[in-house]
Design a binder for this molecule. Structure first.
Ligand code: FAD
Ligand code: FES
Length: 256
């Protein structure tokens, strides 16, 4: 399916905010799902690249991406009006239930991307707090966008903004066990998700995490994105991040 670039702005030294007109995908997309992008025709790069929905609108979707390699470099040079080949929406997104009155979103670095779409969907139904962590102040992304949705608390490892230290230490102090009906949602580096998951388990909070994995196909065919999970009997098994996720109940994931 073709999508047309409607904007592609640099928002931080290595980050871009991209809008793609694609009504067929926009009308079906859910927070936490993703799209596979073929950055250009031909065989290089060969594989499509996965990106979460950062915003979902009626006729377009938005992506926030970091330039890390060839594919994202090519995307960053593309201009308004250019077309791109998309496959999506794919995967299983966040599960939103009616009883969610308080939601705490915990993001590390670029992990804000799927959480903004989720926050926009939850606004008006749940009381939202976003905990946003980065190495340094310039890595704190989408702060203003989240301030429009709820309370934002930031932490930086070097102390250049907000709490000095890890965002996972901050939630230990701030998110209290007595907050009944609270749901945690998190996206970011695996070590951070492991700590958020352990915090949720200790305190009895339901918690959903959005995982990343190397994806060859995005549709369950290549088995490249397997993640270790617990089965009901306490044994380990594997699920596919692309079709069983990328969003999982944190209690099912084996973080090694
Ligand atoms: C479900 C899902 C959603 C994602 N959403 C976003 C998003 O919203 N914004 C965003 O910036 N990125 C997102 N990513 C990561 C994004 O897909 C990769 O950064 C992108 O594919 C890199 O392509 P490239 O050609 O520029 O880099 P490559 O040349 O392929 O790789 C450059 C470097 O990035 C690393 N890398 C590449 N892909 C991944 C990956 N999947 N996981 C971890 N490291 C990787 C490589 O090891 C290498 O060091 C998502 C990944 C998944 C699986
Ligand atoms: S990316 Fe191919 S099976 Fe998940």
């Amino acid at each position: 399916m073709k999508g047309k670039f409607i904007f592609n702005h640099r928002i931080a030294p290595t980050f871009f905010h991209l809008g793609i007109h694609c009504p067929e995908i926009a009308e079906k997309a859910q927070p936490g799902q993703f799209v596979m992008v073929r950055v250009r025709e031909g065989g290089d790069p060969l594989l499509r690249r996965p990106f979460s929905f950062y915003r979902i609108r009626k006729k377009h979707v938005e992506i926030m991406y970091e330039v890390v390699g060839k594919g994202t470099q090519i995307m960053s040079a593309m201009k308004k009006g250019e077309e791109i080949d998309l496959l999506g929406p794919l995967g299983k997104g966040f599960t939103i239930t009616q009883g969610m009155k308080k939601a705490v979103l915990v993001a590390g670095g670029a992990g804000v991307a799927p959480l903004l779409a989720l926050g926009e969907r939850l606004k008006g139904t749940a009381d939202l707090t976003l905990y946003l962590g980065a190495k340094t102040a310039s890595g704190l992304l989408s702060v203003h966008e989240f301030e429009a949705l709820g309370k934002v608390v930031v932490a930086t490892e070097d102390g250049s903004k907000g709490y000095r230290g890890m965002i996972t230490d901050l939630i230990e102090h701030k998110v209290k066990v007595k907050m009944h009906g609270l749901h945690l949602f998190s996206c970011g580096p695996r070590p951070m998700l492991k700590k958020v998951s352990a915090f949720a388990r200790r305190n009895g909070f339901p918690c959903q995490v959005s995982l990343e994995a190397y994806m060859g196909c995005g549709i369950g065919a290549c088995l490249g994105c397997a993640v270790k999970v617990k089965t009901g009997k306490g044994q380990a098994d594997y699920l596919k991040v692309c079709t069983d996720g990328p969003v999982f109940e944190s209690s099912t994931v084996v973080f090694e």
